[in-house]
Write a protein that binds this ligand. Structure first.
Ligand code: PAP
Length: 339
């Protein structure tokens, strides 16, 4: 996939209202055709569409983390919706009785907004009071691009990752299902896969994203907790217990006796969330002017481990396994698509 360098980048939609330095920055970045997202920019080593990138830059410049803030970080399609539901339910369990729980009537993304894709989306300026009232945020930003105040403060970060095959297939379905301007046609599995393997995906390269958080979780385990979707699916009790401890609100012996953790797991389960009215028929846009409308039902497709094996050929699986092996060599971290 050819990458173009700076200048003759034509102005993109929405560039009109941007400051001079933002326009200059955009025109200095490498760009590429990202398939379904036709125009991606490479910033600090990762690929983004314009609106998400502007959100990242605005967030880097303006977001001030507090020590008590909690940040949920993921690559797209790694189980973000699930992690948001779990973290929201854990940290707010004293506030809401289960029969009237906000998760029953709100999509998890509404309760735990993304920094760069909602609050600062496309260079927006969020209301500081709204920001402070939240305290629980999410992001797809790679670790190296997080606002400095997140890295410097005692703000805690939970990172959830997932097998790249399942991430790829989940994103391929999701992006082809997005309601976009008519001109953009769906991308074939093969074309999308070649791009993914070349590191060109939204917030990709996938492996660099994962490694950034992995390294930080090793160096500062009190700061970054690293979780795998597959581990949560296999046996959620122990990891969710650890998650509650990490978030600073461990389950008490009384809660253990009363089955609080199991109630939370049930509330946040794929079966429960995917059958709620709000998630069956609800829709969201990331921000004003977002051309992509997300139908909540597409955030709940199958929720299984290994679904990519139903789509990828043996050669594709071998190729991705080999890439992951090479990229993660020397780190005590493995992902195998072919499990
Ligand atoms: P996002 O990055 O756009 O927020 P994200 O929630 O990370 O999406 O990923 C969606 C995936 O998580 C879907 O996977 P699939 O395409 O392989 O099915 C979705 O089904 C899965 N998912 C959503 N909610 C849950 C849940 N409660 N438990 C398990 N998996 C879930």
């Amino acid at each position: 996939m050819a990458m173009s360098r700076p200048s003759p980048t034509p102005p993109q939609e929405g560039e009109e209202g941007l400051s001079h330095d933002c326009k200059e920055l955009l025109s200095s970045l490498p760009t590429t055709n990202g398939g379904r997202f036709t125009h991606l920019y490479q910033y600090e080593g990762f690929w983004y569409n314009q609106q998400f990138l502007l959100g990242i830059i605005a967030c880097q410049r303006h977001f001030q983390a507090h020590d008590s803030d909690l940040l949920l970080a993921t690559t797209p399609k790694s189980g973000t919706t699930w992690l948001k539901a779990l973290a929201f339910a854990i940290t707010n369990r004293a506030r809401y009785p289960f029969p009237q729980h906000p998760l029953l009537t709100n999509n998890p993304h509404k309760l735990v907004p993304y920094l760069e894709m909602n609050l600062y989306y496309g260079n927006s300026t969020p209301d500081p009071e709204r920001i402070r009232s939240l305290g629980l945020f999410s992001t797809h930003m790679p670790y190296t691009s997080l606002p400095q105040s997140i890295k410097d403060s005692n703000c805690k970060v939970v990172y959830l990752c997932r097998n790249p095959g399942d991430v790829f297939i989940s994103f391929w379905h999701f992006s082809n299902n997005l309601k976009v301007p008519e001109t953009q046609s769906p991308i074939s599995l093969e074309d999308a896969f070649d791009l993914f393997c070349a590191g060109i995906s939204m917030y990709g390269p996938f492996w660099d994203h994962v490694l950034g958080y992995w390294k930080e979780s090793k160096e500062r385990p009190e700061k970054v907790m690293f979780l795998k979707y597959e581990d949560l699916k296999r046996e959620p009790v122990a990891p969710v217990k650890r998650l509650a401890e990490f978030l600073g609100c461990p389950f008490t012996p009384q809660e253990d006796r009363e089955g609080m953790l199991h109630d939370i797991l049930k509330l946040c389960s794929f079966e429960n969330l995917s059958n709620l009215e709000v998630n069956k028929i609800g829709k969201t846009r990331h921000g004003n002017n977002d051309p992509y409308e997300v139908e909540h039902k597409h955030l709940f497709r199958r929720g299984e481990v290994g679904d990519s094996l139903n789509y990828l050929t043996t050669q594709m699986i071998e190729r991705l396994d080999q890439i992951m092996e090479e990229k993660l060599q020397g780190y005590d971290l493995t992902f195998q698509v072919s499990v």
